[in-house]
Design a protein around this ligand. Structure first.
Ligand code: NAD
Length: 428
């Protein structure tokens, strides 16, 4: 989606193949897990406000559901591709497995730009999407959720249309619902906070004091903002964040060497995670080119925006001071860059481990919905912390024991759990 030289599904498969070699997986299991259990491609005609009809391309994919109902967000993006959705649904399988929640991997997407659509047009698009998919999703089969450029309002339109068609109230068919309408407290913070729980455990095992660390973040959307907030709360200093500027059609990096204030930046960003340049300048931020976040002299790099951002081409720009790359976005590093990260002795916290807090909280939303009893925000975040800490240490312990790269260790933990499920079910 973000770097035309790389195909995310090729990346996802290359990572899987490498881990499958390490695990010495048999051919049938590889064949099963390299492919999707289900792929749906469809077109959606939607009446626009000006009376014309626009045709949108849409997808829903289930990569694997051996460990439980499939789970995955629905993305709205003008550059969405079928291979992005394929890669993301595969990563969802490994993500649910690495944190050991009983769900499989799915993903959906619609090629559209909600920034240029009215709310009425977005509502009609959401309703059209679920009218086509309603017989294939549900709490026991495939449970959608928000993702890039979709939110609780989109989920409610989808749920309402689904319930109108089925004639039942089934809030468990979707997660990311607004609080008070079946949503879980803590979901907004969950992914970013989960990233920092992993980062904190990583700093502990490396014997680095969080208070002495600095970080540079790509993105200032949901994940990046709450990563920045938690990291700052725990004593770290965010030197810069970068984000997309829709008006200028370029990305900018906003820097404050004595530390960015995440709450201040959040107050001057729009709902798509774009920071207002003029207001940032007025608050004393330097405005640098979009890729400047990558070459800052910091201890921790946190790519939290897009796929394929850390490539062999840009790797030499990374400062020698960087000790940790904490991947908060999905697929921000290309597979050909992994050997360079390893050689440089940089610790990597892989994406599907560090950003699993979101799906973990979605799972909590399902659990609370099934009980029709909702936990306090603190209870949710405490449970999230336990899951993330355990997952980080499981992966780190394996990496230490086998003297392997963290991404390989995370894949081995996740794939072994999925393989156990497919074999016990008798699929291979
Ligand atoms: P978002 O839409 O809220 O924010 C995306 C951010 O990226 C925005 O700040 C945008 O300005 C920025 N951006 C876009 N293009 C850019 C560019 N060229 N340079 C710099 N910044 C750019 O999305 P999000 O929910 O924060 O998700 C970010 C990433 O995390 C995605 O890869 C997503 O799949 C992944 N993720 C999200 C969640 C979640 O719970 N939201 C969970 C797991 C993984």
């Amino acid at each position: 989606m973000s770097n035309p030289n790389y195909n995310p599904f090729d990346n996802a498969r290359a990572q899987f193949d490498h881990a499958a070699d390490l695990l010495d997986l048999d051919q049938s299991t590889r064949d099963l897990l390299r492919q999707h259990r289900q792929e749906i491609h469809f077109t959606l005609p939607v009446k626009m406000d000006d009376g014309t009809t626009k045709i949108f391309k849409a997808f829903r994919m289930i990569h694997n559901d051996a460990r439980g109902p499939a789970k995955g967000g629905i993305r709205f993006h003008p550059n969405e591709t079928v291979d992005t959705v394929r890669a993301l649904s595969m990563w969802m399988t490994w993500k649910c497995a690495v944190v050991d929640i009983p769900l499989g991997g799915a993903k959906g997407g619609i090629i559209c730009d909600p920034r240029t659509m009215s709310l009425n047009e977005q509502e009609r698009l959401c309703r059209a999407y679920i009218r086509r998919l309603h017989s294939m999703v549900g709490r026991h089969t495939d449970v959608p959720a928000p993702d890039v450029m979709t939110n609780g309002q989109h989920m409610m339109w989808i749920l309402d249309e689904y319930e109108t068609i089925t004639g039942q109230r089934t809030p468990g068919m979707i997660t990311g619902k607004p609080v008070g309408l079946g949503g879980s407290l803590g979901r907004t913070e969950a992914t970013g906070f989960g990233v920092v729980f992993c980062l904190r455990e990583c700093l502990k095992v490396l014997d680095i004091n969080m208070y002495k660390t600095t970080a540079s973040i790509q993105g200032f959307g949901n994940v990046a903002e709450y990563t920045a907030r938690k990291y700052t709360e725990l004593g770290g200093r965010v030197i810069c964040v970068s984000c997309w500027n829709a008006a200028d059609k370029v990305a900018y990096t906003f820097r404050k060497l004595d530390g960015c204030d995440p709450a201040e930046l959040a107050s001057i960003k729009d709902s798509y995670g774009s920071i207002d340049k003029e207001k940032a300048i007025a608050l004393g931020y330097e405005v640098l080119p979009g890729d400047a976040w990558l070459s800052e002299d910091v201890d921790i790099l946190i790519p939290a925006a897009l796929e394929n951002q850390i490539t062999p081409d840009v790797f030499p720009q990374i400062s020698k001071q960087v000790k940790i790359i904490c991947e908060a976005a999905n697929g921000p590093t290309t597979p050909d860059c992994d050997p360079l990260i390893q050689e440089a002795g940089i610790m990597l916290i892989p994406d599907f481990l560090s950003n699993a807090g979101g799906v973990t909280c979605s799972y909590f939303e399902q659990v609370q919905g099934n009980m029709n009893y909702y936990w306090s925000k603190q209870e949710v975040l405490d449970k999230l912390e336990v899951v993330m800490d355990n997952a980080f240490h499981n992966v780190f312990d394996l990496a230490q024991k086998k003297n392997i790269y963290m991404r390989d260790a995370a894949y081995m933990v996740a794939i072994e759990r999925v393989v156990n499920a497919v074999k016990t079910r008798g699929w291979v």
